[in-house]
Design a protein around this ligand. Structure first.
Ligand SMILES: Nc1ncnc2c1ncn2[C@@H]1O[C@H](COP(=O)(O)OP(=O)(O)OP(=O)(O)O)[C@@H](O)[C@H]1O
Length: 292
C-alpha cells in the first residue's frame, strides 16, 4: 500500500536516511521507533510530502506522493510543529482541515471535541501545550485518512488524555480500518496498539517485524549464570546484569520448548522483555558479541 524505494535524505552534508526501502501493508498499525535524531520525523514528513527526499520514491497505492496532489487527500500527518498560522481560532483550523481530507468525518470531529473537552472558540496560540496536541489528534482521527501518521502524539498530554487517545484510535481503526504509523518514545504505553514495529538506526531500517513475533523471541533469563550459559550457547545475547549470585541475561532469539523446559528445570526464571526495554537494548548496543 505504501512503498518507499531507495530513499535518501540529507540536510546539507548531514545524511539522515540512507537507502531506505519499506513496504507497509494496508490497514495495519505500525510503530516507528528510533533514538532521538535518528530521522523518524524526517521519514514521516517525506511520506506526507511535507519535505522532499534527495532521491528515491514514496508511493501510496502505486502513486508517487510528491507528484500527485490528489494522493495527499488520503494522507494525514499530526505533528508537533503546528499549523503554520497560530493566531487563528481553533474552529477555523478544523474548518480548514475538513477541506483537506477525502474521508473527513464532521460528526466524528464533533464527538472528539466533546471527548477531549476542547474549547474551539479559543485562539490556537492561547491553547496549552496539551490542548494544541489535542487539536492535532482530532484532525488526525477525524481525517480518517487511509494513511494517518502520528508523530509523537502524546506530547504534553496528561496520562488520562493519552489513554483516551489510544482507546479512541483503537476503536475507530477497528470500525474504519486504515494504515496508521505512530512515532513515539512512550513505547510501553502503546505496545498494545502496534501490530508491527519499524526501528530506525544508523540511517537505516534496522528492524521491521510483527510485534507478536518480536515478543516471542525476547526473554530475560534470571538465575545462576553457570546454569543459563550451556543452554543458550550460540544464541543472540543482548544484555547481562549481575545481582549478587543471580544474573539476568537478555536473549533475543527463539527458544525451543525443550530449551525453555530445560531452563525451568534448572530453576531459571523466564520472563518476556517489554518492548520499550527491548528497544533500548537493541538501539544502545553496537555489537551483541562478547557479552557472555
Ligand atoms: N530542517 C532541518 N535542517 C537541518 N537538520 C535537520 C532538519 N530537520 C532535522 N534535522 C536533523 O536531522 C536529524 C533527524 O531529525 P528528525 O527530527 O527526523 O529525528 P527524529 O528521529 O524525529 O528525532 P526525535 O526523536 O528527537 O524527534 C537530526 O539530526 C536533526 O537535527
Amino acid at each position: 500500500m505504501i512503498e518507499i524505494k531507495n530513499l535518501n535524505k540529507a540536510y546539507g552534508s548531514t545524511k539522515v536516511l540512507s537507502n531506505i526501502n519499506l513496504k507497509l501493508e494496508e490497514n495495519k498499525i505500525y510503530g516507528l521507533l528510533g533514538r532521538n535524531g535518528v530521522g523518524k520525523t524526517t521519514l514521516l514528513n517525506i511520506m506526507s510530502n511535507v519535505i522532499r527526499a534527495n532521491s528515491g520514491e514514496a508511493l501510496l497505492n502505486g502513486e508517487n506522493i510528491h507528484e500527485n496532489s490528489k494522493v495527499l487527500e488520503n494522507i494525514a500527518i499530526v505533528r508537533e510543529s503546528g499549523f503554520g498560522i497560530e493566531d487563528i481560532k481553533v474552529k477555523k483550523i478544523l474548518k480548514a482541515a475538513k477541506t483537506l481530507y477525502k474521508n473527513w468525518d464532521e460528526e466524528y470531529m464533533k464527538f472528539l471535541i466533546k471527548e477531549f473537552d476542547l474549547n474551539i472558540k479559543k485562539n490556537y496560540s492561547k491553547l496549552s501545550r496539551g490542548n494544541k496536541t489535542i487539536v492535532g489528534l482530532i484532525i488526525g482521527l477525524a481525517s480518517r485518512a487511509p494513511l494517518t501518521l502520528f508523530d509523537e502524539p502524546s506530547l504534553g498530554l496528561d496520562a488520562s488524555y493519552r489513554y483516551k487517545f489510544y482507546n479512541l484510535l483503537l476503536q475507530d481503526v477497528e470500525k474504519n480500518p486504515r494504515t496508521v504509523i505512530i512515532s513515539t518514545h512512550l513505547i510501553d504505553e502503546v505496545t498494545h496498539l502496534f501490530e508491527e514495529v519499524i526501528i530506525l538506526k544508523n540511517q537505516k531500517v534496522y528492524l521491521k517485524e510483527e510485534v507478536e513475533s518480536l515478543m516471542g523471541k525476547a526473554y530475560f533469563l534470571s538465575g545462576k549464570l553457570e546454569k543459563i550459559e550451556p543452554i543458550i550457547k550460540g544464541k543472540n545475547i543482548i544484555s547481562k546484569e549481575e545481582f549478587g549470585t543471580i544474573t539476568i541475561v537478555g536473549v533475543f532469539d527463539c527458544l525451543t520448548k525443550e530449551e525453555k523446559d530445560n531452563l525451568k528445570e534448572k530453576g531459571i526464571e523466564i520472563s518476556a522483555i517489554p518492548l520499550q526495554k527491548l528497544f533500548v537494548l537493541l538501539t544502545e548496543k553496537e555489537s551483541v558479541e562478547g557479552i557472555i
